[in-house]
Design a binder for this molecule. Structure first.
Ligand code: URA
Length: 244
């Protein structure tokens, strides 16, 4: 059984504006609950079992939204920035009204999987250092990445600030003047992948996040494109294992 919520809160969760806007909407007689016009915003209803109509249109209730984006380079992964374009600038008003925020950060020049949601608890669980949710990255690195680097990463390397990283899994796809690798890490320190390679004297020149937990980037999304997560994908986000 779902818990009942105030009508005005439901309407604001659905993105129908400020408290004042919502009040006006309710007063105007535009809201119908189970076939009856309701003019009292404090009325408590079960938004999942009641039929809610706004201006004659049936509205499907939801409190949270979950989006996956293929973040392009040159875009900041925060909700606002006075100078640069942010990932929020890339999404449509239909989703913006839910005030989504990114689950974790990517550098301005990093591409790939970014999850946006307004579900603070889920975000907290995914980002919690205690949960060790795995993040998979593809990187191109200047110089030859070696078996020795693989061993060092698996033991943990010391970053420039003296922090020792948790064991990480390095897979070498191609090892040449520019090496191609996959790296799975279980934490998310600032610039972590770049700094891990710097600790072994190498520079990351291209970085793309491929997965968070069991959730993989949908490669059919072009750079800057996004879509809603399916229910299965929302669950995968918190699953730790990545099967490649
Ligand atoms: N590690 C980095 O160095 N940069 C990112 O954007 C993500 C992980």
């Amino acid at each position: 059984m779902q818990k009942k919520e105030r009508l005005d809160k439901i309407l604001s969760n659905l993105g129908y504006g400020s408290r004042k806007d919502v009040k006006g909407l309710v007063k105007s007689g535009s809201i119908e609950v189970d076939g009856k016009i309701v003019k009292d915003g404090s009325l408590k209803i079960d938004p999942y079992s009641s039929v809610l109509k706004i201006k004659g249109e049936v509205v499907e209730y939801r409190e949270f939204i979950y989006l996956m984006m293929n973040k392009p380079q040159g875009v900041i992964s925060s909700t606002d920035d006075f100078r640069d374009k942010t990932i929020i600038d890339l999404i449509s008003d239909q989703y913006k009204v839910f005030n989504p925020f990114p689950v974790g950060r990517l550098d301005k020049d990093t591409e790939g999987l970014m999850v946006l949601t307004n579900d603070g608890q889920l975000s907290h669980r995914v980002l919690s250092p205690k949960k060790h949710v795995e993040k998979l990255y593809y990187a191109e690195v200047e110089g030859v990445v070696t078996e020795e680097d693989k061993k060092l990463f698996s033991e943990g390397v010391i970053l420039d600030d003296g922090y020792k990283t948790l064991p990480a899994k390095l897979e070498i796809i191609a090892s040449d003047s520019i090496s191609k690798i996959y790296l799975t890490i279980k934490e998310g320190k600032f610039h972590q992948v770049k700094r891990m390679f710097l600790s072994v004297g190498k520079r990351v020149i291209y970085l793309k996040r491929m997965a968070i937990g069991g959730l993989r980037l949908d490669e059919s999304l072009g750079l800057g494109e996004y879509r809603e997560l399916t229910n299965e994908e929302i669950l995968l986000l918190e699953k730790k294992g990545l099967s490649k």
